[in-house]
Write a protein of this length. Structure first.
Length: 122
């Protein structure tokens, strides 16, 4: 049985690119275009790992995480933040929400992103 990764990002190109890399490594990949859709899918699918951006329309990644952690099923979810938002508020919010890894889209090459995702997914 393959592990499921949920990609939550408003950047369709980023989702499509990561999806291709991860499916090639044998993962099942689901997508969501914002935090509201991501939360719904996370609670429904209970993926092995959630990879989320921070800045998104409707519900941002940190708001999604807060709501996810409030649900019993989401308390232990493994989450990677993959974002260009490196502000102290974003980093602190992510740490308080118990993210597994926080990666900068601008500073981490795609190969390393995929490697970190594979490691976090177990």
């Amino acid at each position: 049985m393959s592990k499921t990764i949920l990609l939550v990002d408003d950047d369709k190109l980023m989702r499509t690119s990561l999806r291709g890399f991860l499916e090639a490594k044998g993962f099942t990949v689901e997508e969501a275009a914002d935090g509201s859709e991501g939360l719904k899918k996370a609670l429904e699918l209970k993926p092995d790992l959630i990879v989320s951006d921070v800045k998104m329309p409707n519900t941002d990644g940190l708001q999604m995480l807060e709501k996810l952690r409030a649900d019993e099923a989401g308390k232990q979810a493994r989450v990677i933040i993959l974002s260009n938002d490196e502000t102290a508020n974003s980093l602190n919010g992510a740490l308080q929400a118990g993210v597994t890894v926080y990666l900068s889209k601008a500073n981490v090459p795609p190969e390393e992103m995929v490697e970190q995702i594979v490691i976090a997914a177990g």
